[in-house]
Every structure is written in structure tokens, then in C-alpha cells.
Design a protein around this ligand. Sequence first.
Ligand code: ZN
Length: 129
Amino acid sequence: MKREMLAYFDRILKELLQEITPAMRPLLSYRKAYGNFHGPMDDVDLTNMQYEQQWVIQTQQRKGEHARKTVHALRRIKEGTFGICEGCGWDIEINRLKVQPTATLCIVCMRQAENPGAQGSWSENALRF
Ligand SMILES: [Zn+2]
């Protein structure tokens, strides 16, 4: 991949990471506040709290996973492996990276990972060879 393109993705990924990190902070303080709550609770309060805690945990996990993928992509830029499919070693389509800069698989490998039984379609394989 060209150096200008790598610089472009480096910038995009760093911006992404900056967006994710502060977004996690209010969730953390929210969770902390609930953890310190000692007032009397009825079943409805308890159900609501459990539901909300579950939501907070799920949201954090999603953001945490997104942050992890973003850091991984930035590391790949540094190591010179960004844009190379971790499945087959071919280049990941540039348009795919523009939509999802954290992608580590080309479209063919991603489809195979999602649906291991299926073979790539004829037209996809024909584009390769
Ligand atoms: Zn691949």
C-alpha cells in the first residue's frame, strides 16, 4: 500500500480511537455509581437495574472490542502489514478498508470465516486468478 494511503488510514484510525475512548468514560462512571447504590429496592427497581447494568456491560464490551480492533489496525500500519489479509495474504480491497479500516480479512476470507462450508462465488474467485 502507498505511503499516502497508510497515512490516511493512520489518521482515520487514530480519530476513531479518540471517539471511542471518551465515549466509554460516562459508562464507567455510571456503572460505578450504580455499584455504590445501597437504597431499598423493590423487584421492579432490581429488574431495571439489572437490565441497565446488562446494557452498560454490553455497550462497553462492544466499544472495548472496537477499541481493540482499532489498536490492532494501528499496530499493523506500524508493522507494515496493514491492508494485507490475515487469511490469505492478498491485499484487502481498498474500498473495503475505506468502509471498515479495522478489517483484517479480504471479502473472500471474511465470507468463508462467516460461512465455513461455502466456497467463494465463481466471479469472486475469477477476479483473483
Ligand atoms: Zn483473504
